[in-house]
Design a protein around this ligand. Structure first.
Ligand code: SF4
Ligand code: SF4
Length: 245
């Protein structure tokens, strides 16, 4: 019988996996109560308009995706990371960065465009787990809110304000985002304890660097400077997309 090899990064990934499992239970209970009280959730299988948003993760989370990818997916994720870096280098504002990420860098390469499903559902990061919409997906699409007339925007804001579960400004369900905070805390603590260093940043960039043994060796030794130089040597360092503290 072949035994699965233990993950070299289990000390940081196991607490995150445990956090994902707890989150799933808590979110299911919360959603059950919300829907019983008449709340509506529009997310479902095959809905993917949110899969072109930038995603910030911890390296602890990214390593879970790194371990799950096929070689072909890893190449596509690296290409996506390089496009994100190119966007960060030339964006004149955070708003432009986000808009161009959605419109030009485009959909996450882990998305199965035929089914509209996530091809690595069990390894998807927190942000993909805790984003739920109280409005139909068209409101999640890039440009929808920006294209609205002033009158439509005012109506949107009124509708959001009367919809339970939103933060009063956007149509996403805020308590389900707050429920995932323990996952971020667990990742932060595990990285600090294991490496003496926290690494956060762009999901695709960290998923790519997670497979780089030199980068991971520098991180494991708590050597942020060496890790940065290795990422930089590969053209994968940008202060917006790679944070080490
Ligand atoms: S957040 Fe929006 S786009 Fe994403 S799954 Fe939910 S409804 Fe669909
Ligand atoms: S990891 Fe999966 S759920 Fe998250 S953005 Fe990519 S395809 Fe969508």
């Amino acid at each position: 019988m072949t035994q699965a090899r233990p993950s070299p990064h289990a000390a940081v990934t196991d607490p995150v996996r445990a956090g994902y499992a707890r989150y799933a239970q808590q979110a299911e209970r919360w959603l059950g109560r919300y829907q019983q009280q008449g709340g509506r959730v529009f997310c479902g299988a095959g809905c993917f308009a949110c899969c072109n948003m930038p995603i910030r993760v911890s390296l602890a989370e990214a390593l879970i995706m790194t371990a799950a990818l096929t070689p072909e997916q890893a190449r596509a994720v690296e290409a996506h990371a390089r496009a994100a870096v190119a966007n960060a280098r030339t964006a004149r504002s955070d708003e432009q960065y986000v808009q161009r990420h959605r419109d030009e860098v485009g959909y996450c390469p882990i998305l199965n465009r035929e089914t509209g499903g996530c091809s690595q559902y069990d390894a998807r990061p927190t942000r993909c787990r805790d984003t739920f919409s109280a409005f139909p997906a068209t409101y999640c699409e890039s440009g929808t809110l920006e294209r609205m007339t002033r009158r439509e925007q005012a109506e949107y804001r009124r509708e959001v304000a009367r919809t339970p579960g939103t933060d009063g400004e956007l149509h996403f369900i805020a308590p389900l985002e707050h429920l995932s905070e323990p996952v971020w805390v667990a990742a932060s603590r595990a990285m600090r304890q294991s490496w003496g260093l926290e690494v956060w940043g762009d999901f695709w960039l960290l998923t790519t660097l997670g497979a780089d043994s030199r980068f991971m060796s520098a991180v494991s030794q708590g050597n942020a400077r060496a890790a940065w130089q290795i990422a930089s040597g590969r053209g994968l360092a940008h202060r917006m997309l790679l944070e080490m503290e």
